[in-house]
Design a protein around this ligand. Sequence first.
Ligand SMILES: [Zn+2]
Length: 361
Amino acid sequence: MLIVDAHEDIAYSALVGGRDFRMSVADKRKNDPGDSARGREGQATVGLPDLLEGSVAVVFGTLYASPARSQFGGDNASGYATPQQAEAQARAQLDYYRRVADEDPRLTLISTGRDLEAHLMRWSSSGTAAPLDKLGVGLVPLMEGADPIVKPDDVKRWFDDGVRIVGLSWGQTRYAGGTRAPGPLSDDGKKLLKLMSEIGMVWDVSHLAEESFWQGMDIFQGRVIASHSNCREYVPTDRHLTDDMIRALVERDAVIGCVLYNRFLRADWTPEKGKHAVTLKDDVLRHIDRVCQIAGNARHAGIGSDFDGGFGAASTPAELDSVADFGKLAPALKDAGYKPEDVEAIMGGNWLRVVKETLPR
Ligand SMILES: [Zn+2]
């Protein structure tokens, strides 16, 4: 069974957090126990060797430019203040993915249907007995927050350079309202969505403000996803999706990736409660099951872990220490009554469907 994770801030962690993607989680933890100066990030949970060990065949790797001064307060010396600086940050991250893929056969960038077919062929023809190094991880570049797109027209160039998914916001951007920043699409945001429809860019609505979401659903004609969002019913903040939003996404054949961050899984979770207070079989299942119940099938739920995206192993569900453990979700789904084909769909098949249907030949 192949696993797909629709959200990992790999390049940002490497370039800003000093975490080399090629290193295993265990080696990263030796260098940085995660409770030091970079402690906000916590203990590392992502590594290329660990993805392979966990049969994570495909990840959506983000280009995430960090705002210099966010609405969450405080200054960020390494963040961007101008669109050009945001562009430079995202450019450096795309270059990082390219460089690792050039130098290390264990990483493949996926930007066409042909790339994906060849990559999946390695996994299916080699079988589980193949040495992990031969299989490799496929990475689809996803831009989280569109400020690096200096003018809407530039999205074409990003597409030519291999970016296949764009989310308009994180917090507020020049294009849309975002998390803790309610508000509509700007004129440029509307223009950007029209251009994205035309060129076949997938639209990621995670982090989008609700008003921008509903406007965009009218304007954008292409494929929509929510790479990493949970159910607002259980965690009532604007970071997550209402049932109406989930219903509208299902109508567009979207997939919604479940964020495996305890704070986003249980509204009452605090670090003092410890990682064991949140589990796959209760909490992760509850979010995934709600999406499936709303949809009436298992075609729209997936994983969007956000691992190494600002939280560490101490803030992930009890059963998960790193990306190598995602497979433990499968028995939890099975025990809850999901059929084998539904388990496979949620673990990766649904994301593969979206990617297959949207990548250019
Ligand atoms: Zn995010």
